[in-house]
Ligand binder design. Structure first.
Ligand code: BTN
Length: 251
């Protein structure tokens, strides 16, 4: 059994796991570092990930996806997003959880989970991957600068056991990771599109400050979002080039 380490407090579980990797004999694949609170919880694009002491599920997993060439690292992001989505769907069956491109998990138009994946590439291999996951479980009040958060407790009105949530997400993660490891990319791609918000629908986006309507055709191998505009032009956008208009989640 891979190790699970619980820390009441740390700076960031991603940082903690990198320190373990760099300071000790490399921990086993699937080692988990979980924290009750992070003083420097990190989100994507240099943002902070805030979480009230003991309220939420905050953890990082070590993966060694040496079978994936670095050019295919988005497949790992897809695999992780699918696993969190499936875990939440299994825990909380009355709600529809979906993936907001590229790998946020949304429910009822609001963000419930986020992932920060940090990869280390050696030669032609994706040798190490620290997958940090934050799932809002019991927090009900968030600071105003967090856009549109929601937690399991806000959805259901009851308290959630973060350990059981971790067990379910880990179960899903090992299942989906095995698909990736065995080269079943079609499964990963199909499932990702099945749960991708707005897939094959016309959605509102914001591009260079301008509103735009486009149909979501999917994602390319690099993780860019493929959109078809109203004139029929197809273009791939990266995360810095396009944003969902909040209107897309209100519909
Ligand atoms: C996002 O911006 O959506 C990604 C958030 C990732 C947060 C998790 S919490 C556990 C792990 N440790 C961190 O410092 N960040 C990730």
């Amino acid at each position: 059994m891979p190790k699970r380490i619980y820390l009441h407090k740390t700076d960031s579980t991603n940082k903690e796991l990198w320190r373990m990797i760099d300071n000790e004999a490399s921990p086993e694949e699937a080692t988990v570092v979980q924290a009750g609170w992070q003083s420097e919880g990190r989100g994507q694009a240099n943002t902070k990930w805030e979480s009230k002491q003991g309220d939420n599920l905050l953890f990082s997993i070590l993966l060694k996806p040496v079978f994936l060439p670095p050019s295919m690292q988005f497949a790992l992001n897809q695999c992780i997003a699918l696993s969190i989505r499936a875990g939440l769907a299994a825990l909380c069956k009355d709600y529809h959880f979906f993936i907001k491109w590229p790998n946020d998990i949304y429910v009822e138009g609001r963000k419930i989970a986020g992932t920060l994946i940090e990869n280390r590439i050696m030669g032609k291999e994706l040798s190490l991957s620290v997958v940090g996951i934050g799932i809002n479980t019991n927090q009900t009040v968030f600071s105003n600068d967090i856009p549109n958060p929601v937690s399991l407790k806000m959805l259901t009105g009851k308290d959630w056991d973060t350990e059981s949530c971790l067990d379910e997400v880990m179960k899903q993660l090992l299942f989906h990771y095995q698909k990736l490891q065995s080269g079943n990319m079609d499964y990963i791609r199909q499932q990702y599109l099945k749960h991708l918000w707005g897939f094959q629908k016309k959605m509102h986006f914001i591009r260079e400050g301008q509103s735009m309507i486009a149909t979501v055709l999917g994602v390319d191998e690099n993780g860019k979002l493929l959109l078809e505009n109203q004139q029929g032009t197809i273009k791939a956008f990266d995360i810095k080039e396009i944003q969902f208009d909040p209107r897309s989640f209100a519909e």
